[in-house]
Ligand binder design. Structure first.
Ligand code: ARG
Ligand code: ZN
Length: 421
């Protein structure tokens, strides 16, 4: 009898449908996201003493920090915060539950109605690389007069790194170029989602705004860090870095946004491989940043604008980011355009984006892609931190994708309008 039971449950197991891979294997059940105004030193103590991950730390502009706290330390951490008189708000009471709910689109099963057979993107949930790349290839086929997919290199784990070039005269390098990338940091899912939405609007609704493609060449790199991105689906929702592996080193990956070759190794970076802000062994040690830099360098004389999308916080950040109190000579020109983008976003989706210098507004962090892009002579370079301001943080529910995507597109229109005026 025992044998039969074992045998039959084995077969039942085989018949069960393979669940769709959306939940990561590292469990965040019971983890809390707390927002507090605790001072920075006390915060560092908490980080050392307990299993606390700082999602966002207080900075020049912002007086609160967001802390992810493991369930077995929740009481201790809350007691410590209370005894030091700090304010505490619970932003997320159970991160595991929030992650489970992240994909669901509240307006029901619209996805089935809108997805075409030819590609899998819906912008009603977050999609894996195969859907994103499938969509880029779909555009290159269906709109082959203006779209082309360019394979710019390979990630550490061998994934392709794909750029979609949108241009009314394919192959020619005559128009001023606008570069847009997303997904440098793996867990910032709203960034590839919003950028692919904007890409769709630009290409598929061409007739609504033909001047955008008539006046500029557009380059989209929606997932700079495909290994990290896939890892956030399969293993750990909160992975940030690349997934490169050095045999002599225990921890994998470097922070791609500390790995670019301008002022590499400076403030706000770490030489400790296990750190979330590990800069890598040297500038461009990561194949992803190296491939991107090589491609951008080749077209850099045509590029007018460099935009890199991250989350969260709702900021438009202007170089330099590698140290405080240091602004490029043409800072005010950049600020003028950043303000126009912020106005456009506000009008479109209602969210308020704060504009300012990267280091002064947030914190100094060297080796960022924005500083590097500015350093090679691209006139306008910005890091845009998308929604939200901390209610959901990285775990922004999918119902916000379309609004955020429209906000991004409205910012692109503002850029185009300003530069053609
Ligand atoms: N949140 C981004 C990061 O930490 C901000 C980067 C801003 N740019 C800079 N060069 N510091 O990577
Ligand atoms: Zn980021």
């Amino acid at each position: 009898e025992v044998l039969i039971v074992v045998f039959s449950s084995f077969w039942v197991g085989l018949l069960e449908p393979i669940p769709e891979e959306k939940t990561s294997r590292v469990s965040y059940d019971g983890y809390m996201l707390l927002r507090t105004n605790l001072t920075s030193e006390l915060l560092e103590n908490l980080e050392k003493e307990y299993d606390v991950e700082i999602w966002k730390s207080r900075s020049g502009f912002d007086t609160t920090s967001d802390l992810l706290v493991a369930p077995f330390h929740a009481n201790d951490v809350i007691n410590q915060l209370n005894s030091s008189g700090a304010r505490i708000d619970v932003a997320i009471s159970d991160l595991g539950k929030a992650i489970e709910e992240e994909h669901s689109f509240i307006e029901g099963d619209l996805e089935k109605l809108t997805v075409r057979k030819s590609h899998g993107m819906s912008w009603e949930r977050y999609h894996r690389i195969k859907d994103i790349y499938g969509y880029m290839n779909y555009l290159a086929g269906y709109k082959s007069d203006i779209c082309e997919v360019i394979n710019i290199g390979k990630s550490s784990e061998g994934r392709k790194i794909l750029v979609l070039k949108v241009s009314s005269k394919k192959g020619a390098r005559t128009k001023p170029g606008i570069w847009i990338d997303a997904g440098i940091h793996a867990r910032e899912w709203i960034s590839p989602a919003s950028v692919t939405y904007a890409m769709r609007e630009l290409v598929e609704n061409y007739e609504d705004h033909p001047e955008l493609i008539q006046n500029f060449d557009w380059y989209f790199l929606p997932v700079v860090n495909p290994d990290g991105y896939e890892f956030t689906f399969s293993e750990n929702r909160l992975w940030r870095k690349t997934r490169s592996k050095k045999s002599s080193i225990r921890c994998r990956g470097a922070d791609p946004n500390r790995n670019f070759g301008y002022e590499w190794g400076g403030l706000g970076t770490s030489n400790e491989p296990c750190s979330e802000i590990y800069r890598g062994e040297k500038a461009f040690s990561e194949p992803e940043t190296a491939a991107m830099a090589k491609f951008i360098e080749d077209i850099s004389s045509t590029l007018k604008v460099y935009l890199t999308f991250h989350s969260y916080g709702q900021y438009i950040l202007i170089p330099w980011g590698y140290r405080n109190n240091k602004r490029p000579e043409d800072y005010n020109e950049m600020k003028e355009l950043a303000d126009l983008m912020a106005d456009a976003i506000k009008k479109e989706g209602g969210s308020k984006f704060t504009v300012g210098n990267s280091a002064d507004l947030l914190y100094p962090a060297a080796g960022g892609s924005d500083d590097w892009a500015k350093s090679i002579g691209i006139p306008y370079s910005f890091t845009i931190e998308l929604r939200d301001t901390g209610k959901h943080g990285f775990i922004l529910p999918a119902k916000y994708i379309k609004t955020s995507g429209r906000e991004v597109f409205s910012a692109l229109k503002a850029v185009s309008a300003h530069l053609t005026a």
